[in-house]
Design a protein around this ligand. Structure first.
Ligand code: PHE
Length: 360
C-alpha cells in the first residue's frame, strides 16, 4: 500500500468514526488544516522532479477532494442526526388545552372614577390634581377654615409628624379634595371648569367610613353663575351616571365654611326588596355637599370676587360606586380580598356605558 492509500483509509475511517461536529473538525484540521498531513505532503511537491510532481500532485489533489467530500457528507449526516434527535426530544402537543392566564379586574373605584370623569368631560370639565399630603393652609385656611374654626375638629385630621423647630408649614393628609379648588384657581385663574378626583383621609372607621376614601371635587367659576347652573349640572350628571331618565335631587340648606349658600344634595330612591332603585320611591340618599364658592375662597386663590363667582361640590366616589353597583360594605373596598375583587371588579376594556354622552 502506498503512503497515500494509508492516508486515505486512515482519514476516511476517522471521518466515518467522528461522532459530532467537534470531532469532525479535528479530523479536518489533522488532514486538510494548514499543518494537516495532506497539506504538508502538498508542500513536499516543490522538492520533486517535474514528472514525479505531476503524478503525485494529481493523486494528492484527488485524495484531498475525496477527504473533503467525505467531511462534507459526514457534516450533513451529523446535522441531520442532531435534528432528528431534537425532533424526537422536543415536541409539542398542539391539541393540549391552553394554560389559563388569570386576568385581573378593574377596581370599582377606578371604574367609577373613569365614568365620572367621562361624564364631566362631556360637560367641558377638565381634570385637576393636588397632593395628598397637603399644607394646612390649602386644606383649611384658604378654604375659610381658620385655626380655631370648629370644622377643623370635625374633619378628624391626620397630622404629619413634625420635629420641634421645623421651619416648614404644618402638613396634613388632605381631609377633602377641596384644596384642589385653590390650587386650580391659582394655576389657571378664572374662568375655570375642573373636577378633581382623588384620595382623602379622615380618622374614621365603620361600615360606611374608612380612614382613606375617595372624593371628586367640582368647580366652575365664571360670570353670571348661579345655583341654577349647579342644579342643572348635578342633575345631568346623576341622569348619566345612574343611567336613569328621571332623577330628582333634593337640595337641603347646609353649612360649609367655603361655600355660601351651601347645600347638601340627596337623590330620590327606593329600597324595594333590598335592592336600591335610583330615581323613584320615597327614600332620599345624601350624595354630596355643594354651594356657591365663598368670596374669601376666591380671594385666597387670587380670583377677584367682585368679577367672578361660581359653584363647587364634593362627592364621595366610593359612596356613589356602592349605590350604582349595589355594594353593601365600604370597608371591603380596601381589603384587597380577591374574591371580592373578582365579584365586583370590572373587565379591562369594559367601557363605561355612560360614555355615550348626556341625554341632551
Ligand atoms: N369638602 C366638603 C366635604 O368634604 C364637600 C364640599 C365640597 C362641599 C365643595 C361644598 C363644596 O364634605
Amino acid at each position: 500500500m502506498t503512503d497515500l492509500d494509508t492516508l486515505r483509509s486512515t482519514y476516511l475511517a476517522r471521518v466515518a468514526d467522528a461522532s459530532d461536529a467537534n470531532a469532525l473538525e479535528e479530523v479536518r484540521l489533522a488532514a486538510l488544516g494548514k499543518k494537516g498531513e495532506i497539506s504538508l505532503k502538498m508542500r513536499e511537491l516543490g522538492q520533486m522532479s517535474p514528472e514525479e510532481r505531476q503524478t503525485t500532485g494529481a493523486a494528492l489533489n484527488r485524495l484531498r477532494d475525496e477527504i473533503d467530500a467525505a467531511l462534507r457528507g459526514k457534516k450533513v449526516a451529523l446535522e441531520d442526526a442532531a435534528l432528528d434527535a431534537r425532533l424526537r426530544e422536543e415536541w409539542l402537543d398542539v391539541t393540549l388545552p391552553g394554560r389559563p392566564r388569570p386576568a385581573g379586574t378593574i377596581h370599582p373605584v377606578s371604574q367609577v372614577t373613569e365614568e365620572v370623569t367621562a361624564i364631566f368631560a362631556d360637560m367641558g370639565f377638565s381634570v385637576a390634581e393636588g397632593p395628598q399630603v397637603e399644607s394646612d393652609w390649602f386644606n383649611f385656611d384658604a378654604l375659610n377654615i381658620p385655626p380655631e374654626h370648629p370644622a377643623r375638629q370635625e374633619h378628624d385630621t391626620f397630622f404629619m409628624a413634625r420635629a420641634a423647630g421645623d421651619p416648614r408649614p404644618p402638613h396634613v393628609l388632605r381631609t377633602h379634595t377641596s384644596p384642589v379648588q385653590i390650587r386650580a384657581m391659582q394655576d389657571q385663574g378664572a374662568p375655570i371648569r375642573v373636577i378633581a378626583p382623588g384620595r382623602v383621609y379622615r380618622m374614621d372607621m365603620d361600615q360606611t367610613h374608612t380612614p382613606m376614601f375617595h372624593q371628586v371635587e367640582g368647580l366652575t367659576i365664571g360670570q353670571g353663575i348661579s345655583m341654577a347652573n349647579l342644579k342643572w349640572t348635578l342633575e345631568e350628571f346623576c341622569r348619566a351616571f345612574f343611567e336613569v331618565d328621571e332623577v330628582e335631587l333634593r337640595f337641603r340648606a347646609s353649612h360649609f365654611p367655603f361655600t355660601e349658600p351651601s347645600a347638601e344634595v340627596d337623590i330620590r330612591c327606593s329600597w324595594e326588596g333590598g335592592t336600591l332603585k335610583i330615581g323613584q320611591g320615597d327614600s332620599w340618599l345624601e350624595i354630596l355637599g355643594s354651594g356657591m364658592v365663598h368670596p374669601k375662597v376666591l380671594e385666597a386663590a387670587g380670583v377677584d370676587p367682585n368679577v367672578w363667582q361660581g359653584f363647587a361640590f364634593g362627592m364621595g366616589i366610593d359612596r356613589i360606586a356602592m349605590l350604582k353597583y349595589g355594594i353593601p360594605d365600604l370597608r371591603a373596598f380596601f381589603e384587597s380580598d380577591l374574591r371580592w375583587l373578582r365579584h365586583y371588579g370590572f373587565a379591562a376594556g369594559d367601557v363605561p356605558s355612560v360614555a355615550g354622552g348626556l341625554s341632551r
